[in-house]
Design a protein around this ligand. Structure first.
Ligand code: AMP
Length: 425
């Protein structure tokens, strides 16, 4: 089978890598891909943000299945367009992916279906936001309604700050384009957990849980990023917890979407806060996370293509995934200055040495290849991922591999997974 993967980040590299291992896959094509992906798959140029351009590419490439990595093409209806033409594609429709692209829809949906989440108010104007702030204690979370690539959430410590942030979201000053709605939310305390499930619109199968590290600095300090690393172990969510999350969050969401006429097929990513009141949904994403996917797929022993086909064909069951009991750890190597301004075009050396370490895989995110040399081309450059029976060994293997790699101004956190080692297992 020929598979087309859409996207250009570390998540897409992990998808390409795992799909290539399937005995039934003869060719993987990636649009547009990156320097690392191009060494393992055929990369084709194209605009991943435009469903029309993707349809044109699919017409040329003739894939048996298309797998969509990022949220933007899903929110623009690429699945609807492909399905209308009888092309097999993996991911939710535009209406179903609202769970990610509209925070107000997601909050109201959760309320309708009794899915645990923080108290909230949806505001349609600056004035309404100011008035609603009276209902919240501090700190208060302010969220813009649309897709904002991680920049649409601000935790405000004063009401004045919250009102200013909301005003800047409405005017477009904060995100570049105006938000028509802003969600105010109760601030929750606890550990965050990424819980992903695969769904065929009715049934769900859980993936192993992972924990992301969103902040740029060690000890979870500094600015928010797309993610500086992740780890996954069996003890992050035990069997009883997974069952609870399936029964109270994943299944009611999938059933609720179906009952509202928006069948949800694909990956449903539940971003959770494990609070003293129990697990609560912070957000839904309608696709694999980045860099959690790198850590999660490193633990998958079965065929990802089989699972994807089961979701497309409506036959998801408990048996679609076989997971290793090993732990995994992904350390993101970024360009110095990220998530602010940074310099690209630095030559990356030592990748061959890193690749020789057993059970290590270096996933590329922002790289490009030129005349046989690899260069940085983005904020997050690599996701160095390792697997081992014990988390501490997966962590040290990942850092051993990072130690082989060099480029000017490279930056990475040295404490990925460290918090888990301090906790009793
Ligand atoms: P979101 O895009 O909604 O997941 O928000 C991004 C990040 O903001 C989350 O990963 C949390 O770290 C933080 N966050 C969002 N909502 C809340 C909340 N209600 N309470 C505490 N932290 C939150």
């Amino acid at each position: 089978m020929k598979i087309l993967v859409i996207g250009s980040g570390g998540r897409e590299h992990a998808l390409v890598w795992k799909l290539s291992q399937s005995k039934r896959v003869s060719e993987v094509v990636c649009l547009p891909g990156n320097g690392g992906i191009c060494q393992e798959a055929t990369c084709v140029a194209g605009d991943a943000k435009s469903p029309e351009s993707l349809l044109g590419a699919a017409h040329q490439i003739q894939p048996d299945i298309t797998v969509v990595g990022p949220e933007l093409p899903l929110s623009l209806g690429v699945v609807d367009e492909f399905a209308r033409r009888g092309l097999r594609i993996f991911g939710p429709t535009q209406a179903a992916s609202q769970l990610e692209w509209s925070k107000s829809f997601a909050k109201e949906f959760m309320q309708r279906h009794n899915i645990p989440t923080a108290h909230y108010a949806v505001c349609a104007s600056e004035d309404e936001a100011r008035k609603s702030l009276g209902l919240f204690s501090l700190p208060v979370v302010v969220k813009a309604d649309g897709l904002a690539a991680g920049k649409g959430v601000v935790i405000a410590t004063t009401k004045e700050e919250a009102a200013t942030v909301a005003a800047d979201m409405f005017s477009g000053k904060l995100l570049g384009s105006p938000s028509s709605r802003v969600v105010l939310e109760e601030h929750l305390k606890g550990e965050e957990l990424s819980f992903l499930v695969l769904s065929d619109g009715e049934r769900v199968a859980p993936l192993v849980a992972a924990q992301d590290h969103k902040r740029i600095g060690e000890g979870d300090t500094g600015a928010n990023t797309g993610g500086m690393g992740a780890y996954s172990t069996g003890s992050l969510a035990d069997e009883a917890m997974v069952e609870w999350l399936l029964n109270h969050i994943a299944r009611p969401t999938i059933t609720g979407m179906k009952s509202e006429g928006m069948e949800y097929r694909g990956i449903l990513y539940c971003g959770l806060m494990m609070t003293a009141r129990g697990p609560m949904v912070l957000e839904f994403n309608c696709r694999f996370g980045d860099p959690e996917t790198q850590a999660v797929l490193m633990r998958l022993d079965s065929d990802l293509l089989e699972a994807i086909e089961a979701a497309i064909d409506g036959r998801v069951s408990d048996g679609v995934f076989k997971w290793s009991s090993d732990a995994s750890c992904c350390v993101v190597v970024a360009s110095g200055g990220y998530p602010g301004s940074f310099v690209s075009g630095r030559e990356i050396v030592g990748l061959d040495r890193a690749a020789q370490i057993e059970n290590v895989k270096v996933f590329h995110a922002g790289t490009s290849m030129l005349e046989g040399r690899m260069y940085s081309s983005g904020g997050r450059v690599l996701g160095v991922t390792a697997r081992a029976p014990k988390l501490e060994d997966a962590i040290s293997k990942a850092y051993e591999a990072v130690g082989c790699i060099r480029f000017e101004d490279m930056y990475y956190r040295r404490d990925i997974g460290a918090r888990a080692l301090k906790q009793p297992t």
